[in-house]
Each structure stands twice: as C-alpha cells, then as structure tokens.
Design a protein. Structure first.
Length: 266
C-alpha cells in the first residue's frame, strides 16, 4: 500500500502541472505517455512472440505522425491524413510477404499492430483535443473514471461479495461496480453542473455520466482481458502498486472515446 501511495503521488506531481499548463507542455507529456503505452503494448505481445525490430521501429514512427496531425485542433471531425492511413496498412501488411515463417511475422501480427496503433494514437489525440477545448472539460472526464475506480475499490473491499467477472478480473465485485458508478456519476455531474454549465439538463447530464462511468469500467475489463490472454498481471511495473501506463489509462481511454458521442452539445 505504501508503494502504491508513493507512486500515485509522484505521478500526480508530474501529470497535474502538465494538465493545468496545457498547450505544448501537455502535448509533449501526452506524446511521452503514448510512446510508453506503445512500448507496453509491444512488450505484452512479446510474452508470446517478439516482433521484428523493423516493425517495432515503424510503430513508433507512425505513433509520432498520427499524434502530430492537427495537434492544435478543437474540431471533432476526423482529419487524419489518408496518406498516413494508407502507409500504415501497407507498411505493416507488405512485410508479411517477405517473412515466410509465421513464427517471425504474420498477418495476425500486422493487424494486431494496425488495430493497436490506431486505438492508442487516436485515443491520445482525443485527449489533446479535449484539453484544447478546455481544462474544466478534461477534469470532468478524468473525474468520472477516477472517482468510479476509487469507490469501486473501497466498496469492493468492504462489502463486495459477488464477483463481477472473476475469470477476467478476480477482485472486481458487483457491489463495487454499483457504488463506484453511483459516486462517479454524482461527483462528476456535480462538477459539471457547478463549474462548466449550470443550465445544462440535469437528466441528460446524469445519463451521460452514467453511460461513461459504466463504459470506463468495461474498458478496464477489456484491458484486463488482454492481460489475462497474455498471462500478465500488469502491462509493466512502471508505477509500483499500479502497473504501467496502460493499466492507469484503460478506463480513461474508453471514457474519452465514449464522450465523442456527446462532445457536440456539451
């Protein structure tokens, strides 16, 4: 527990100033987090199969290119250059012709990289987009998974009896999910109502917060399923007691993606 608290405080000391500063410092911070997340994505794949160095290098290059596109935009329109998309597919698929052994590199590996890169890079780009639109909006979205996770953990430890999906995440309970959702919705909705827009429909706000809170928990389970498939407890040990970057971003990523359905009128 001591290591968990210390590593959390260190992470907050680094991340909070970047979030407040916004702009270039925040964008650089997101880029560094993205690169670390991609490394964890490649490392967990390596538990079953290490991809060629050339493929790994190309992945980092594409992550950089995608994050650089419209880095200052506040538009929700998908503007990723189709030349980058075309190059992404060709660069990862064509090498499957030259690697004759599936044990080295296969089409399954190619689509793993294409899907993972798009998933991670677009999620991180959206994180930048939301910060560009406003600090309070980003805080609102971060509150949802953070408060949900905290109270789900507390309730699960104190009153949790019924396992949620034991085969994927043994510690998660139905009681924890219910309490976490209720508190995540209440606190984030109160923040939005008092800080961002007091006139926004309360019913609509509560509905959106509920949807995003549940979605974030499902995202957590998705990442847990990935770790379970590769036989890993965490994506890395970067943050003792917490795991890696992807362990901390799992629910946040899904909340950010889900918020795109509502960003037009919030």
């Amino acid at each position: 527990m001591k290591k968990r608290i210390i590593s959390a405080l260190i992470a907050l000391a680094i991340v909070v100033p970047l979030i407040i500063a916004g702009g270039t410092p925040f964008n650089i911070g997101v880029y560094i987090i993205s690169i670390i997340g991609l490394k964890e994505f490649l490392d967990i794949k390596a538990t079953k199969k290490t991809l060629p160095i050339f493929i790994q290098l190309i992945a980092y290059i594409f992550m950089t290119l995608i994050l650089l596109v419209d880095v200052k935009t506040t538009s929700v329109m998908f503007t990723l250059d189709y030349r980058i998309l075309s190059a992404l597919f060709m660069t990862f698929l064509i090498p499957t012709v030259f690697y004759h052994e599936r044990s080295k590199y296969s089409t399954n590996d190619a689509f793993y990289m294409i899907g993972g890169l798009l998933f991670l890079s677009i999620s991180m780009s959206l994180l930048i987009l939301i910060r560009n639109r406003g600090l309070n909006l980003l805080i609102f979205l971060l509150l949802i998974p953070m408060i949900t996770d905290i109270f789900a953990y507390i309730a699960g430890s104190l009153i949790g009896k019924n396992k949620l999906l034991e085969e994927i995440s043994p510690k998660k309970t139905v009681e924890g999910m219910i309490v976490g959702t209720l508190m995540g919705v209440f606190i984030s909705a109160m923040f939005y109502h008092t800080v961002i827009d007091v006139n926004f429909s309360k019913v609509t706000l509560l509905s959106i917060c509920t949807f995003l809170s549940i979605l974030g928990q499902l995202g957590d389970l998705v990442f847990s399923a990935i770790k379970r498939y590769y036989g890993k407890k965490d994506f890395s040990n970067l943050m003792p007691g917490h795991g890696g970057i992807l362990d901390r971003l799992d629910s946040i990523i899904f909340v950010i993606l889900g918020f795109m359905f509502f960003i037009g009128f919030m």
